[in-house]
Design a protein around this ligand. Structure first.
Ligand SMILES: C[S@@+](CC[C@H](N)C(=O)[O-])C[C@H]1O[C@@H](n2cnc3c(N)ncnc32)[C@H](O)[C@@H]1O
Length: 216
């Protein structure tokens, strides 16, 4: 017979307090809310609970030191990485771009509940935004688990100002994705495309990020 006991949320790893510093209480509050509501709202699967901190929250937060200026997160979903980054970096302006109404309602409710004043939630598909007057060119765009690099570049690069950056969280096949995306890389004039491996210095599982500069 299948075990019907729901999985327990992961206990907060010791490293979380070091990663979030004085923002740790906000990170705890968001993580707790996601653990309690995420499955019901269709934001995360039950199997994600035992790895919520390590695989999702800390994985997202590792991008925080790389951020500057006005940043957009394409396909924020439950708030990963965008909402986590807004918590970790109150000095950075985050726009969370997400087309699904139920998800934007969740994101706005969390932003309001946590009292974050550096976040705008924008209900849109990323490809509708360039030239629409709804979003000024951004300094950086992040994305996680939205699509393969060759289809993600046309969604993200047009949102970035000349000289701005893409910061795309990827799995172990990041180099293969870059090889498969050469046409899109040329078309969208991406330069200095590189894979960063983050996390080793804070004792978190290695997280890979594709970083690229747009039309410098
Ligand atoms: C698999 S979920 C990942 C969510 C979150 N980034 C994460 O890592 O958990 C993909 C998200 O991208 C959104 N999405 C899909 N196509 C999009 C598009 N063209 N523009 C913006 N968001 C999109 C979906 O609605 C969904 O919330």
């Amino acid at each position: 017979m299948a075990d019907a006991t729901p999985p327990l949320p992961e206990a907060e790893p010791a490293v979380a307090a070091a990663v979030f510093g004085d923002r740790i209480e906000l990170a705890r509050s968001y993580t707790d809310s996601l653990a309690r509501n995420g499955e019901t709202l269709g934001l995360i699967g039950p199997r994600e609970l035992p790895q919520l901190w390590t695989r999702h929250i800390l994985n997202s937060a590792l991008l925080a030191p790389l951020l500057r200026g006005r940043v957009g997160d394409v396909g924020s979903g439950a708030g990963l990485p965008g909402l986590v980054l807004a918590i970790a970096r109150p000095d950075v302006e985050l726009t969370l771009i997400e087309p699904m109404e139920r998800r934007t309602e969740w994101l706005q409710a969390e932003v309001d509940r946590l009292g974050l004043d550096n976040v705008t939630v924008l209900r849109a598909r990323a490809e509708e935004l360039p030239g629409s007057g709804r979003l000024a060119p951004l300094d950086q765009v992040t994305a996680r688990a939205v699509s393969a690099l060759r289809t993600l570049i046309p969604l993200t690069a047009p949102l970035v100002r000349s000289g701005g950056q893409l910061l795309l969280l990827k799995g172990g096949r990041a180099q293969d994705e870059i090889a498969a995306a050469q046409k899109a890389i040329r078309k969208h004039r991406l330069h200095d495309v590189e894979v960063l491996e983050l996390g080793a210095d804070v004792g978190v599982d290695i997280t890979r990020v594709i970083r690229a500069t747009v039309d410098p």
